[in-house]
Design a protein around this ligand. Structure first.
Ligand SMILES: Cc1cc2nc3c(=O)[nH]c(=O)nc-3n(C[C@H](O)[C@H](O)[C@H](O)COP(=O)(O)OP(=O)(O)OC[C@H]3O[C@@H](n4cnc5c(N)ncnc54)[C@H](O)[C@@H]3O)c2cc1C
Length: 422
């Protein structure tokens, strides 16, 4: 049962997204006074937005598959998820009175697919547990006495704390509160950071005006996309994406966005390959294409033999040389492996999430900053990334718990009433 704080020490949490709120819960239930500060007028704004298109909170795949989604940070995230697994997360949601279900893709959703009822129930529980919320408090670093500086509508305030958890989010969708403005505050204290970059993002493509005007806004349904990774292996996914004015975006593209983004240099684009007919074998495709087409145009031949039409046919034209349309071998190859040149990732503000942030090497296993004892970090502000599918939120929740448990241990090792002055 939640109970009000019984410990005289105060922990400050800055950032009221899923990571900060989860840290607040662990600490408040342990009896510590928690003061949670956020720059925005209310907490959980990105969490609520994530719930708009269907709140995908975690994934039901086996833990090995799950962990593989974190790529180079697999081991670091595995350590966090050990103490709070995707199943633990589901049980925790059930504890808030919200049922969950597994969709056909294996993704896990709250029963009503919404974030708002979950957040409402959660905030109620946190208030009952004694968490104090301070909205419109923008953290601006430390003053000369080690107190936390906040800009508020009433002017600047300085707040002492026994320990600090930063859960400031990444750099996407800045209008929801997480704008990456915390980076210089930690950098000037010697904390090692990787630059924030767009993750789960769309890309710019130099479409012809003709194609752009016809295809922008059109979905490309059931295609496969692949990218060659730096070790020569191929990452291939099947799904849907959308042609946009600027280029291409959507779930399928987000899933490949990390290696695509990393492959782009100022002088060279990245190449995405699309399979426009992933359910057809190359041999069957070729045999259909080689049927005599008589007086029919190539577009009606493609439509009648392959049911390739609309935006798919237009994209094939856009990305294939005219001469390839006269060579059925080359045309079959283009349909199965159509190269699309991606010039740049879309700006970070448009991305679902961001990569980069506080390096794991700058923290202990409990997420305490080595350079700033008593200061812990959690959530998307850490240097990891993952595709959509619930992997982002799961790691944010788990890291919030780890940071809170670290802060509890830190407090336990220090005399009561001692302020932290990093
Ligand atoms: C459109 C969209 C859809 C998404 N869908 C999903 C999904 O279905 N599944 C999934 O797993 N993930 C999804 N995500 C990602 C997920 O929402 C984020 O990864 C998650 O919210 C990050 O949690 P966090 O607590 O680390 O940071 P945030 O949720 O970004 O919270 C950070 C908080 O810190 C505050 N803050 C920042 N700087 C300061 C400061 N200087 N002073 C005070 N406060 C500050 C901000 O106001 C904010 O409230 C989606 C994201 C977007 C944008």
């Amino acid at each position: 049962m939640p109970h009000p704080a019984t410990d005289s020490r105060r922990i400050a949490i800055v950032g009221g997204g899923p990571a900060g709120l989860m840290a607040a819960e662990v600490l408040a239930l342990a009896g510590v006074q928690v003061d949670l500060y956020d720059a925005m007028p209310s907490v959980g704004r990105k969490f609520l937005l994530a719930g708009k298109g269907g709140m995908n909170i975690t994934h039901s795949e086996n833990i090995d598959g799950f962990l593989s989604r974190y790529g180079a940070r697999r081991n670091e995230i595995a350590a966090l998820l050990k103490a709070f697994t995707p199943d633990d997360l589901r049980a925790w949601i059930h504890g808030l009175g919200i049922d969950t279900f597994v969709g056909s893709s294996g993704r896990v959703f709250p029963a009503d697919m919404k974030a708002a009822p979950l957040l409402r129930a959660w905030l109620h529980r946190l208030r009952e547990a004694g968490v104090r919320f301070h909205m419109r408090h923008r953290w601006q670093g430390w003053d000369a006495d080690g107190r936390l500086r906040f800009a508020t509508p009433e002017g600047e305030v300085a707040v002492p704390s026994s320990a600090l958890i930063l859960a400031l989010g990444g750099g996407s969708w800045a209008r929801l509160g997480s704008d990456g403005a915390w980076m210089p505050l930690l950098q000037e204290r010697g904390v090692a950071l990787a630059p924030l970059r767009p993750s789960n993002c769309g890309f710019d493509v130099d479409w012809s005006e003709h194609f752009r005007s016809r295809a922008a806004g059109e979905p490309l349904k059931t295609v496969a996309a692949s990218v060659t990774l730096s070790d020569g292996s191929i990452l291939r996914r099947q799904g849907e994406c959308v042609i946009t004015d600027a280029g291409i975006e959507g779930g399928l593209i987000y899933a490949l966005s990390a290696p695509l983004r990393d492959a782009i240099t100022p002088s060279a684009p990245a190449t995405l390959h699309l399979d426009l007919l992933p359910d057809w074998t190359a041999a069957r495709l070729l045999s259909e294409l080689q049927h005599p087409r008589g007086a029919r145009s190539m577009s009606s031949h493609l439509q009648s033999r392959l049911r390739l039409k609309g935006v798919k046919a237009a994209l094939l034209r856009e990305c294939t040389g005219t001469e390839d349309f006269h060579d059925m071998h080359k045309l079959a190859q283009a349909i199965k492996h159509l190269p699309v040149s991606l010039r740049a990732a879309r700006p970070i503000d448009e991305a679902i999430s961001s990569a980069g942030g506080v390096l794991f090497e700058a923290m202990q296993n409990d997420l305490m900053l080595r350079r700033l004892p008593g200061v812990f970090c959690a959530g998307e502000m850490l240097d990891w990334e993952a595709p959509t599918g619930g992997y982002l939120l799961t790691a944010c929740f788990a890291s919030g718990r780890t940071a809170a448990q670290g802060a509890l241990r830190w407090l336990g090792e220090r005399p009561a009433g001692k302020e932290n002055t990093p």
